[in-house]
Design a protein around this ligand. Structure first.
Ligand code: NAP
Length: 436
């Protein structure tokens, strides 16, 4: 019996689990550990609350979790409740599927002022992640700067710009909905240090900004390169640029009171303010032949009361696993960190790709594990882990506990919404009664 521990119950963890079931058939036990009693990682806490169709993939993960060969073990933090080295003593293989939970830093003056947040924190806030429920981002000024030209920047801008009516059918946390109801935000600036050709938005995400009830996209025609160059772009990027051209040609809708400004060629250089954020200073740029941003020498100040840096994420190091500090992920050779220690997903490749990218990634790593051959018999597996946790008075939660939480959240949903998330960790734990 191959005994595998997967650390992290987000998409990369569940695809690795699914792959392990396929690869080892009946001869496997897969334990999926999570520090929270709620599974699904970024599906629950990262994917935007108004993108419910993407969240539906959790049904597939649920089927994996309910397979008799699989056990979800929540409420257990590896590195605190149990060491990685101990897990390697219990299990034949340990797979880190811990994602990249830490926001990358901007490295500019003013970054630590109140009102500056990484997108991980801001997204965690509106998605009801227990770590960020108390964030209280200031929404009392008209201006907001969202730094970055990726889909996370668009998610943040869209959530800030939507009406509470547009968000009513989402599973946005109640505290965020209430704060947005009172929001004074009118100008959301999405700052890209390079231009439209270099933006990493995808088509659907950009297109949605043209369909909002009270918000209108603003693209300056002069920021768009000569259309002749569009032919050199790959299809996805070309379509994104076509949407931006459409926005520029149409101009902002004057009937809509909220504007989402695409501020291309804007490299943030300083965040301004003394007690809190008052504005952001940017260096204006041009892009050279090699695609690098070059400062033009001009600067601009954008007044804003909130700055969200949506510039990527890093994994958190874990004692006992080699870490690539520069890349912000585990040092690995195609998923292998060390003997019997593996990584998948963002922990392996850094924060890129869609949810679906994790599937082939997880299958490939499990295939490598299979190729290692059968492990020696005798490791205690789950029983060893549970005995040590009991000694330490750590109370793991089960998938049945999660189902109780799920039922409570669904029962408490606002009319038209799928669920009302419970955001307090103690309240979540209080619903955990069953044992693993
Ligand atoms: P991303 O796509 O890598 O975008 C990061 C952005 O931050 C880039 O525009 C980058 O600019 C910019 N940046 C990095 N450092 C910066 C700095 N110091 N100053 C200014 N700008 C800086 O990452 P993401 O938006 O965090 O998304 C992560 C992954 O999740 C992506 O693969 C994304 O597509 C995916 N995702 C998908 C969806 C969806 O499908 N709906 C939603 C959310 C996220 P440069 O290009 O100049 O480096």
């Amino acid at each position: 019996m191959r005994q595998i521990a997967i650390i992290g119950s987000g998409p990369s963890g569940f695809y690795a689990a699914e792959a392990a079931l396929k690869a080892f058939g009946e001869d496997v036990a897969v334990d999926i550990l999570d520090r929270l009693p709620t599974p699904y990682g970024l599906i629950r806490a990262g994917v935007a609350p108004d993108h419910q169709s993407i969240k539906a993939v959790s049904r597939r993960y649920e089927a994996v979790a309910k397979d008799p060969r699989v056990r979800f073990i929540g409420n257990v933090e590896v590195g605190r409740d149990i060491a990685l080295a101990e897990l390697l003593g219990f299990y034949d293989d340990v797979v880190l599927a811990v994602g990249a939970p830490e926001d990358r830093r901007l490295g500019i003056p003013g970054e630590d002022l109140p009102g500056v947040f990484g997108s991980g924190a801001f997204v965690g806030w509106y998605n009801g992640h227990p770590d960020f429920a108390g964030l209280a981002p200031p929404l009392d000024r008209p201006g907001v700067a969202v730094i970055g030209n990726g889909n996370v920047a668009i998610d943040c801008a869209r959530v800030l710009a939507k009406t509470t009516g547009e968000l009513a059918g989402s599973d946005i946390a109640a505290h965020a909905l209430a704060a947005l109801e009172r929001s004074a935000v009118r100008d959301v600036h999405i700052l890209g240090r390079r231009g439209p050709y270099q933006a990493s938005f995808t088509l659907k995400e950009v297109g949605e900004l043209g369909e909002l009830a009270r918000a209108t996209p603003v693209v300056r025609p002069e920021d768009l390169p000569d259309p002749a160059g569009d032919a050199t772009l790959e299809t996805g990027q070309r379509r994104v640029v076509e949407v931006l051209r459409r926005f520029a040609a149409a101009g902002p809708d004057p009937a809509k009171p909220v504007r989402i400004h695409f501020a291309f060629f804007h490299r943030p250089s300083r965040i301004l303010g003394s007690e809190r954020v008052e504005g952001i200073e940017v260096a204006l740029t041009r892009v050279d032949e090699a695609g690098n941003a070059i400062d033009t020498g001009e600067t601009r100040i954008i007044p804003c009361g909130l700055v969200i840096a949506a510039i990527g994420y890093r994994s958190l190091p874990l004692e006992g696993a080699a870490f690539d500090a520069r890349g912000g992920r585990f040092a690995n050779d195609d998923g292998r960190i060390a003997e019997r220690l593996w990584c998948v997903g963002w922990a392996k490749r850094g924060p890129s790709g869609t949810i679906g990218t994790n599937r082939p990634d997880g299958f490939a790593v499990i295939e490598r594990i299979r190729a290692e051959g059968a492990p020696p018999a005798g490791r205690p597996g789950r029983a060893g882990l549970l005995a040590v946790l009991a000694e330490r008075r750590v109370r793991p939660s089960s998938f049945a506990d999660w189902e109780a939480i799920d039922r409570a959240e669904v029962a408490a949903a606002r009319p038209g919404a799928p669920r009302e998330k419970i955001v307090d960790i103690e309240a979540l734990r209080a619903l955990c009664g069953a044992s693993v």
